[in-house]
Write a protein that binds this ligand. Structure first.
Ligand code: N01
Length: 551
């Protein structure tokens, strides 16, 4: 309820909940919050819905979690009806699915496209958020749900000379909708993360010559993609609800993989090799990391799994020097996002593909015709592709000027790294919820399961406030600090901090080095969130806003 001293602007749209983002999270938030009878609207910068799957249209883009898992679970008929053509969904297929969901549940009428949120200011006296858009529109809302994505702020490194380049350049996360024809072209790809690894084999088939500029070699496992078979789909759909429930009892929110029971080094070397080989043949990353209980916490154990993959690379890539460059040695397997590929390593056997190590000889500048390395070596290309990643986890929120009339500023609060309680709320910023934000396990899980869990928790919280005649919630700074310390302690008990990854902001020069995701597992995390809700929200301050006395 706005306070007496606040005179609402009649031109201003008044909502119960303003949602930032029209991707998988924003769309589910519309659906779920509408069920509480709330007025909601999602603001989406793109000209279409879908978030990640709207923007990332690079050749070969597909999800590395199996389609039967990577989909909404909130509606049984939806999951029964939708037919996934392949084991792993392609970007166009996933976007088609998202559009189907939007139509099926009539979500579009509450999505405003081509609208970027510029600022969000919590008016402490009025107890509401004032949100402004790039078009100058102002929205007032009791609650703000940040569903802006973790990998939604594409990052092109600040290379000198980039504007002098005479050819065309692209970023994987801002791919042209009409596609790009690389036929007959000399193409340079910078970056060998998940996007690069998926794209490189496809571009290699088209380009006259492809030069890959690699700073860090990444582990990749075969996806073993293929058409969806009745054998895979039938049993899964027959017990979908049970499978979804079982997935929630796992660390990655992905079901179907038996939990490991043994430690790596308890197992004889020949048996270990057979296990790794079977998992390699089966394809998929969870299965491989689930070989033993301690692969992500014990370096000696991890070495066995890492070396198995390095040897596979050495076996696949004919040129020995190239194979050694491709075999990752600077981080344990699984501590950076483990890639899945189709013919990635084999691509380097093609005569039209070459690999350049820009770790030992970094890129110095982009020139009119290509790029120059520190040593002076020059590479001429007609097109450049940046597969250089994103300002992950904090980029999207730090781009918005988020503050309160009491003087709190999110960018300042997060100067030393993101601070949240449960990854869901930030102290000093009442009534603002973050979906799968830093401090939550989101990016380490099947994202849609995490999105649903978060949005359900947010909906439950808003409902709780309403039923108790309350209208404000924020975490205490004590709870926030304790949670951040816990997130760090859990990370420090694993091998994750050994890798320079976007999990710690390592890909952005100057970004504070803080381990951002919660790696204690979806199962433990969900239990904690449920306990907090059931226990009356310890760690949060819930209040009823008292109108300020008129001056
Ligand atoms: O980005 P990345 P991405 N000079 O940050 C290199 C999800 N995703 O778009 O490692 C030279 O992983 C950088 O090198 P280094 C998934 O969660 C999922 O590939 O920093 N190189 C690295 O090689 C994934 O993890 C899917 O040394 C530079 C690359 O660019 C996340 O998105 C598909 C450089 C960036 O890799 C991000 O993946 C795609 C420089 N100055 C993405 N700066 C699937 O579901 C950066 N690099 C399959």
């Amino acid at each position: 309820m706005p306070d007496a001293s606040h005179t609402p602007d009649p031109a201003c749209r008044q909502l119960d909940v303003a949602i930032v983002g029209g991707g998988l999270a924003g769309l589910y938030a519309i659906h779920r919050l509408r069920k509480l009878g709330l007025t909601v609207r999602a603001y989406e910068a793109g000209s279409g819905i879908g978030g990640t799957w709207f923007w990332n249209r690079y050749p070969g883009a597909r999800c590395d979690v199996e389609s039967l898992e990577y989909s909404y679970s909130f509606d049984e008929q939806l999951q029964q009806d939708w037919k996934w053509p392949e084991r792993y969904g392609t970007q166009p297929e996933i976007l088609k699915y998202i559009n189907h969901v939007a139509d099926r549940f009539d979500l579009r009428r509450d999505v405003q496209l081509n609208t970027r949120i510029k600022s969000a200011v919590f008016d402490t006296r009025a107890n509401e958020w004032a949100v402004t858009t790039n078009t100058g529109e102002e929205i007032r809302a009791r609650y703000c749900v940040m569903a802006a994505g973790n990998l939604s702020t594409p990052r092109v490194p600040d290379f000198k000379g980039i504007h002098d380049f005479k050819g065309k350049w692209y970023h994987t996360g801002l791919w042209p909708h009409e596609g790009v024809d690389f036929s007959g072209k000399r193409v340079g790809v910078i970056g060998t993360g998940s996007s690069g690894v998926q794209m490189i084999p496809i571009i290699a088939q088209q380009a006259r010559h492809l030069t890959v500029f690699q700073r860090t070699a990444n582990f990749s496992l075969p996806a073993r993609n293929g058409p969806m078979t009745p054998e895979r789909e039938g049993p899964h759909k027959a017990e979908y609800p049970a499978r979804r429930a079982a997935a929630q009892e796992t660390p990655f929110a992905i079901g179907g993989y038996p939990r490991p029971t043994r430690k790596t080094l308890e197992v004889p070397a020949d048996e270990r090799a057979r296990t790794y080989e079977a998992k390699w043949q089966e394809g998929g990353s969870i299965s491989y990391l689930y070989s033993y209980t301690d692969l992500l916490v014990d370096k000696d154990a991890n070495d066995t799994a890492s070396e198995f993959v390095r040897n596979k690379i050495r076996g696949m890539v004919k040129d020995r020097k190239t194979a050694e460059l491709l075999a990752p040695k600077d981080h344990p397997i699984g501590t950076k996002r483990l890639c899945l590929d189709t013919n990635y390593y084999e691509t380097y056997n093609r005569p039209n593909v070459s690999l350049v190590d820009v770790r030992s000889d970094p890129i110095q500048e982009i020139t009119a015709t290509g790029l120059r390395l520190k040593s002076g070596a020059e590479y001429e290309v007609d097109a450049l592709v940046f597969a250089t990643g994103f300002d992950a986890m904090t980029g999207a929120l730090n781009e918005i000027d988020i503050r309160t009339t009491d003087g709190a500023v999110l960018r300042r609060h997060w100067e030393g790294g993101p601070l949240t309680y449960l990854g869901l709320m930030v102290s000093g910023f009442p009534n603002m919820f973050v979906v799968t934000g830093p401090g939550s396990p989101g990016v380490k899980t099947q994202m849609i399961a995490s999105i649903e869990q978060h949005v359900d928790w947010i909906a439950g919280t808003i409902d709780h406030l309403a039923t108790h005649q309350l209208d404000r919630i924020e975490p205490t700074s004590t709870a926030e600090n304790e949670w951040v310390n816990h997130v760090n302690a859990v990370a420090d008990s694993t091998l994750y901090p050994l890798a320079n990854s976007w999990y710690v902001g390592a890909n952005i020069p100057g970004k504070p080095r803080v381990f951002m995701p919660y790696v204690g597992g979806f199962d433990r995390y969900k239990k904690r969130c449920d306990e907090v809700a059931a226990g009356g929200y310890p760690g949060f301050t819930l209040s009823r806003h008292e109108p300020a006395p008129a001056r």
